[in-house]
Design a protein around this ligand. Structure first.
Ligand code: GAL
Length: 687
């Protein structure tokens, strides 16, 4: 992903990128001058421009008005502010829908959506494709040599899921290419069940509403198809833009815990991975969830720095209750993104809208103007970030990997399972939180990745797994890796077909046990469980949600069920094999138990904490040729203290620290301790 376009971007900014979405088309011209003056005051060096501007740029079919955009580009450029120029395909203008109603998206229930919001297009519609690509061409040609142009922002948060006839034909073509032979599709979809066998391709459709339960294999293929379909839209515009500007990087903004797009497969198409982060202030664990998503963004980009393209300076307006972000939270969350690999900190949006669906959404510049705490915080942040310019390009090292796999997400939340309330993001977070608390570097991967760099691997509920993926886990353990696998893993292949010869398929020799029966529990049930001596587990704790009826083979139990129909049976199994080990959880356990299990695995793997810190203080590190940047982020409201293990200088306050010096952090405060690399120290000192 690092290529000459990315190098150009780094050369242009020479430091951290700071800014937000700018929508000048919502404002009279005289406001623009104030905007630009205040942007400079806040240290803004990049704005995303024109994201929803199609109807302002193309008034009617083929009738373009680029004058206002020319003027905005010129004004920004003249003031040293670069532009991340959007192709406005996320919101086609009403004239397109009126002239070509087939460009509108159709919901699964057959409802064709209407105009008046956004994201209402059909991704397969030839007319939508033609007109959106024509717009990309025009933008590419017109602004190719504009000095303000830094990057292309293609579309916005791709998220369509259309069930129209065009998509239906496209899906059928995609299946024909995948299976070639209808007999193979029938086999892989298991159509002999409930008499669904197809005798001609014309009978095969995308999953419209059915009378009973849906066919899970068809749903899976549709999810793959849909992710790919949208990626194709992105890629088509990317080629158009790169033919006009081969040296300008392209991006699009990804979303948190977003089910529709397999970003592992998308990321290689982007020059820079970009992310929109909206942690919910109501959640206690909002910042742990944010950390996970940040790690994911860094990992899907191969460890390269990514851009935080959107976040809220304060409250959002799209939820049922939109709480303010407490003072200091937006700043802290921004540093957290940097800590996990971001090179850009941006917001939605620059100036708060006065009308429409987002009039109560916060902005860098709120309705209340420069007197507000949001503005003060944004301005402070923008100016502080100037001190972090050497951080750009720095990477993170991780000893631990956790699996996050869209294919498995789609499959494990499929229909007609023992437990149909299963929530994949929630289970992954239960496994990630102890890693976050342990203060170790974590990459977020699939089992198709190269695992050789890791010492420990966490595999939450990998229901769908291929023989190749099983082999990867096996090799990892045999080479000395330590793996945690949780229940309802190894059950089906990638077509949702149960793996032959009992559960958990090919994971049997890995976990050293097999499962006779899968048994979900009612949510309020807790099964008494007891940890073995020396296991590091509590003597008595609870299991919930699920129980496997496990039969030990080469594995041994770390915990047993103390009551219920599986009384005396193993609840946690450890299997030592090769130079490594596998630990298998046959149930769900609470936070403290998960922490104890993860600690045992990390200790055995020999991973180390980056820096000791009290609970609530997050620790993360990035490195480049200049040196090491240690981030200490105090997520609690109370002050915290720690003893620095390494000497360095806080890039925010300028304070110098020797090793073993105490460091004090106020509530929601952050320190970025820079320790120059030995070679950099003699060459050019500190940044
Ligand atoms: C994002 C979207 C932005 C804005 C923001 C509000 O999902 O890309 O345009 O609507 O949400 O939080």
């Amino acid at each position: 992903m690092s290529n000459r376009r990315v190098d150009n971007l780094r050369r242009r900014f020479q430091g951290i990128v700071f800014g937000g979405d700018y929508n000048p088309e919502q404002w009279p011209r005289d406001v623009w001058d104030e905007d630009v003056a205040l942007m400079k005051e806040a240290g803004v060096n990049l704005v995303s421009l024109g994201v929803f501007s199609w109807s302002a740029l193309e008034i009617n079919d083929g009738e373009f008005d680029f004058e206002w955009l020319d003027e905005a580009m010129d004004l920004l450029g003249a003031n040293g502010i670069s532009v991340n120029l959007a192709t406005p395909n996320a919101s086609p203008p009403p004239w397109l829908a009126t002239q070509h109603p087939e460009t509108l998206m159709v919901e699964r229930d057959g409802t064709r959506v209407s105009v008046g919001s956004r994201g209402h297009f059909c991704p397969s519609s030839p007319m939508y494709r033609d007109r959106s690509r024509r717009m990309a061409h025009r933008l590419g040609e017109r602004y190719a040599s504009h000095p303000a142009l830094a990057m292309w922002h293609i579309g916005n948060e791709y998220h369509s899921n259309c069930f129209c006839d065009y998509c239906d034909s496209n899906f059928r073509r995609w299946l024909q290419a995948k299976y070639e032979n209808l007999a193979v599709l029938n086999e892989r979809w298991g159509t002999t069940l409930w008499g669904q066998c197809y005798s001609d391709w014309s009978q095969v459709h995308l999953p419209k509403p059915v009378r009973g339960s849906v066919n899970p294999a068809r749903e899976l293929d549709f999810a793959r198809f849909n992710s790919n379909l949208q990626k194709e839209l992105f890629v088509a515009e990317k080629h158009i833009l790169l033919s006009a500007t081969p040296d300008v990087p392209v991006t699009t903004n990804f979303m948190q815990f977003f089910p529709l797009n397999d970003y592992h497969r998308w990321a290689p198409e982007l020059d820079v991975v970009s992310f929109d982060s909206y942690p919910d202030p109501r959640r206690q664990d909002a910042f742990i969830r944010a950390a996970f998503n940040f790690d994911l963004m860094r990992s899907i980009g191969g460890g390269e720095p990514w851009y935080l393209l959107e976040q809220a300076a304060n409250a959002v307006s799209q939820w049922s209750l939109n709480l303010v972000r407490q003072p200091g939270t937006a700043r802290l969350g921004s540093y957290q993104a940097l800590a996990h690999g971001a090179d850009a900190i941006m917001f939605f949006q620059w100036r708060a809208s006065r009308f429409g669906q987002e009039k109560f959404h916060s902005a860098m510049l709120p309705h209340g103007g420069t007197e507000t705490r949001s503005w003060q915080e944004v301005r402070r942040l923008g100016n502080e970030l100037r001190e972090l310019k050497n951080l750009t390009g720095a990477r993170s090292e991780a000893d631990v990997a956790i699996v996050w796999d869209w294919e498995n997400w789609w499959a494990v939340e499929g229909v007609a399972h023992p437990d149909n309330g299963f929530n994949y993001p929630a289970t992954v977070m239960r496994h990630y939180a102890p890693l976050w608390k342990a203060g170790v570097g974590v990459d977020v991967i699939t089992l198709d990745a190269d695992l050789s760099a890791y010492k420990a691997l966490i595999v939450p509920n990998q229901y769908a797994i291929s023989p190749e993926q099983q082999a990867v886990v096996e090799k990892f353990i045999d080479n000395g890796g330590h793996v945690l696998i949780s229940y309802f893993s190894g059950i089906v292949d990638h077509d949702d077909m149960v793996i032959a010869n009992g559960y958990p398929g090919g994971l049997r020799s890995i976990i050293g046990a097999h499962i006779r029966e899968l048994s979900p529990l009612v949510p309020e049930d807790a099964v008494k469980t007891s940890g073995e001596q020396d296991s590091g587990l509590p003597a008595v704790f609870s299991a919930s949600s699920w129980q496997d009826d496990l039969v030990l083979e080469s594995g041994h139990a770390l915990a047993h069920y103390g009551d219920g129909y599986l009384q005396g049976q193993p609840a946690i199994v450890e299997n030592l094999r090769g130079a490594g080990s596998a630990t298998y959880l046959a149930s769900e356990f609470d936070e403290a138990v998960m922490e104890a299990i993860v600690r045992r695995i990390l200790d055995r793997a020999g991973t180390h904490r980056l820096q000791d810190a009290p609970l609530g203080v997050e620790v993360a590190e990035r490195k480049n040729q200049a040196g090491t940047f240690l981030f200490l982020l105090n997520h609690s409201e109370a002050a915290a203290g720690l003893t620095l293990q390494r000497a360095g200088r806080d890039l925010i306050t300028g304070d110098e620290y020797a090793a073993n010096d105490p460091l004090h952090l106020s509530g929601r405060d952050v320190a970025v301790i820079f320790s120059p690399a030995p070679s950099a120290r003699t060459r050019r000192g500190s940044p």
